[in-house]
Design a binder for this molecule. Structure first.
Ligand SMILES: C[S@@+](CC[C@H](N)C(=O)[O-])C[C@H]1O[C@@H](n2cnc3c(N)ncnc32)[C@H](O)[C@@H]1O
Length: 281
């Protein structure tokens, strides 16, 4: 007798749990849905359906990758972030739910021109542009492969005509002024890299760490941001949860004021918000 979707699902759940994956039930449903080519909420209605051979093959391939702790978003090629789905490959950081705090903060005040430094998938910039139909944006990255993914996502969200994606080492190729600058830069210190969860081995190292003390990117961004921010403009930077005081100090020393630290849904420091004073140089 052929196996059912329910049989495959419970076997997969067991394998994922044995590999140390916490949300094994939810992930098993997502993987089964991808193997069957249906939406995840259909899977529970298909428990008694026979599991087709082609789906069984796809399932075992995806299960092996996930049990080796490859991120689910890499296997599915997609990640839901804020209000949209983003294409994700091994060349970009898998967008994290914590980063949605930065998007919310960006949307908390009006802006017409936004710059996103280190755009990766484009998840921050493109979410902001999709929510503000009158705004224009520039996204930069040092990685050409990441920029190709961001371009594909810009097309997918229908904002490509309002979005300029360019290769730049922080501000090196950026021209003009913006009223909002955002960034989620690599902020993990070199010494922390060996202590992280196994999934991070599959992400681009240059998206995670500065190979230094975790603050190198903030120093570079603070040094260049004032020249590219109009009077009254805002700067929003994602941070590691212990970096609030250090990043605030770097920004204060660079002449920013109205410094605030915003928390994520777990109550951890996640974003430093700063402004260029209206009367400044
Ligand atoms: C933590 S990831 C953030 C990606 C995306 N913004 C997000 O929030 O998911 C950091 C990004 O910064 C880029 N990056 C690293 N060094 C850079 C540099 N010197 N100039 C510009 N981008 C850089 C990486 O390639 C990576 O895409």
């Amino acid at each position: 007798m052929s196996r059912t979707v329910g049989d495959g699902l419970s076997e997969l759940r067991g394998k994922l749990a044995a590999a140390g994956i916490e949300s094994s039930a939810r992930e098993a449903r997502r993987i089964m849905a991808a193997a069957l080519g249906v939406a995840p909420d259909r899977v529970s209605l298909m428990q008694t359906d026979p599991l087709p051979h082609a789906a069984e093959d796809r399932l075992s391939g995806m299960a092996a990758r996930r049990c080796a702790r490859e991120p689910l978003a890499h296997i599915l090629g997609l990640r839901a972030f804020y209000r949209h789905e983003f294409r994700v490959t091994r060349h970009v950081l898998d967008p994290r739910p914590e980063t949605e705090v930065l998007v919310e903060a960006g949307l908390g005040a009006p802006f017409e021109r936004v710059l996103d430094l280190g755009t990766g998938t484009g998840c921050i910039l493109l979410s902001l542009l999709a929510a503000r139909p009158g705004a224009e944006g520039t996204g930069t990255d040092i990685s050409e492969e990441a920029l190709a993914v961001a371009r594909e996502n810009a097309q997918g969200l229908g904002v490509a005509d309002r979005c300029n994606l360019l290769k730049s080492d922080w501000f090196s190729a950026v021209e003009g002024q913006f009223d909002l600058i955002v960034s989620n830069p690599p902020y993990i210190a070199a010494w922390e890299m060996d202590t992280l969860e196994p999934e991070l081995r599959y992400e681009p190292r240059g998206a995670l760490t500065d190979e230094g003390d975790g603050l190198t990117a903030y120093r570079a961004i603070a040094a260049g941001a004032m020249a590219h921010l109009g009077p009254g403009g805002r700067l929003l930077l994602e941070i590691g949860w212990r970096q609030g005081p250090d990043v605030s100090e770097i920004l204060r020393a660079a002449g920013f004021d109205s410094l605030r630290i915003l928390s994520d849904l777990d109550g951890r420091d996640r974003v430093v918000s700063a402004a260029r004073t209206l009367s400044g140089p």
